[in-house]
Design a protein around this ligand. Structure first.
Ligand code: TLP
Length: 343
């Protein structure tokens, strides 16, 4: 079988041998009945790492975000979110389909919305208009090439939320990447939000699963919503066991992914057709514009695949993501393929 260097996403990471061992050994019970000790351990670990009262293990990041929005909002309301956010662009239609709220998308500086603009877009309900109830933020910001949203920006958004009595939900799918890149603790980021979703199954390499954390009353309701969405899982300690390893052993190595992403970006930036400022690459996602005289991004991606390198298109550009199963040889292979195909 052909061995690919797979830069499509950090979601492709495979569980480590230690995770597989922990999964085989996991003590389990019926989690819907509240009997699974391994899930309980993971949920309290996640909550304590983020400085929140309680946690909930959910099958995916998308379900975590959709549950949070469902719990924090009701019909006839509107939420403010960033125009390139994952929630608005990549999670199908759950805002409409599950929560029945309107999105109000605002522009940003690499994921950081202007607090004054947010403030002026908060709407107080009257018979004509919806009530704003929630602000969603994303850190790191996927579609802004893994940008770290500054803590000061989140603090300013917190102040706006407090002024108007709004909640903040943080899509922290890659919050540990943000923390390692900035040196700011995940607790400090989480303190600016009422609830946080973060993923175990991306750079942290668990096979499945994300966490939702927040106040106990919020998590109590989130557990009911998860069940209503069909996300109540039974002997799921086998998966939680891998998630515990994600949180206890897989965080620090994300630095490696950041180093490789920067190395890759620096190597390809001068090549014909690539529109990229490598100094903007802070974490593990490299999104670049592609404007080549001979090739479209789709044609180029097909040729890269022939060379054993996989990546995904984003609009007219391309996204590369580094992760545990990408090493320096994979980066060198990609760099070589770029040179051969583009020059
Ligand atoms: N992102 C995936 C794809 O959906 C694009 C990826 O490959 O990057 N929030 C953010 C910021 C995300 O990047 C993702 C996944 C999610 C939420 C959703 O997580 P899952 O895939 O577990 O539903």
């Amino acid at each position: 079988m052909k061995q690919y260097s797979d830069f499509r996403s950090d979601t492709v990471t495979r569980p480590t041998p230690k995770m597989r061992e922990a999964m085989a050994q996991a003590e389990v019970g019926d989690d819907v009945l509240g009997d699974d000790p391994t899930v309980q351990k993971l949920e309290s670990l996640a909550a304590s790492i983020m400085g929140k009262e309680a946690g909930l293990f959910v099958p995916s990041g998308t379900m975590g975000n959709s549950i949070a929005i469902k719990v924090w909002t009701k019909e006839l309301e509107e939420i403010i979110l960033e125009s390139r956010s994952h929630i608005f662009n990549m999670e199908s239609t759950h805002l409409a389909f599950i929560s029945r709220v309107l999105p109000r998308c605002l522009p940003s500086q690499r994921g950081a919305m202007d607090p004054e603009e947010v403030s002026s877009n908060v709407r107080q309900a009257n018979v004509h208009i919806p009530q704003t109830s929630l602000i969603c933020v994303e850190n790191t910001h996927n579609n802004w090439s893994g940008a770290v949203v500054p803590l000061d920006n989140l603090k300013e958004l917190r102040a706006v939320a407090d002024e108007f009595g709004l909640k903040i939900h943080l899509d922290g799918a890659r919050i540990f990447n943000a923390s390692l890149a900035s040196g700011i603790s995940v607790k400090d980021y989480a303190a600016q939000a009422d609830s946080v979703m973060f993923c175990l199954s991306k750079g942290l390499s668990a096979p499945v699963g994300s966490m939702l954390v927040g106040p106990s009353s919020f998590i109590e309701m989130a557990r009911r919503v998860r069940k209503a969405l069909g996300g109540g899982m039974r002997q799921v300690g086998v998966l939680a066991a891998a998630g515990i390893i994600s949180l206890t052993e897989m965080v620090d190595r994300l630095q490696e992914d950041h180093r490789r992403a920067r190395k890759f970006a620096e190597a390809i930036a001068p090549l014909p057709g690539i529109e990229l400022d490598p100094s903007l690459i802070e974490t593990n996602i490299v999104i670049f514009g592609f404007n080549h005289p001979r090739l479209s991004n789709i044609e180029f991606l097909a040729q890269l695949q022939e060379e054993g390198v996989l990546a995904l298109p984003v609009g007219n550009g391309i996204r590369f993501v580094t992760h545990k199963d990408i090493d320096d040889n994979d980066v060198d292979r990609a760099n070589e393929a770029f040179k051969t195909l583009l020059v």
